[in-house]
Write a protein of this length. Sequence first.
Length: 140
Amino acid sequence: MELFAFILIGGIWAAFLLPSVLDGRRQAPMSSMRGFARSKDLLASVAASDARAIRQRRRTSLRRRRILASLAAGALLSLTLAIVQGSSAWLAITIGFDIAFAGYVTLLLHTQQAAPVRAPVVPLHIVEEPEPATVRVVAG
């Protein structure tokens, strides 16, 4: 039973960590185009924002990284204690940390995808079409 629980926890961790490691599509042209668009949008937002907004974004990013690292460390520590002590209570705590970690990653991804795209509005100018040119070919 304990072996099954440890395999289950390992499978949960693998489901969250292996796709990012094994993702070979990051080199695909569509991914590079999306990456370029994200970089361009980031540069545009930095150019249009003030220093206070930039500091706030950095603090938010740092806080999110710390929470993510804390959840991962708690899960690893509780798993280590569960293995060393053979305790099902620590195993339950590990599963709780795993669920919290997965929920937080899901929340971050949802927040990132739901963020509005700040694209500048460029007015379109209507260009009148010139008179079509005619070409006369004379065979000689």
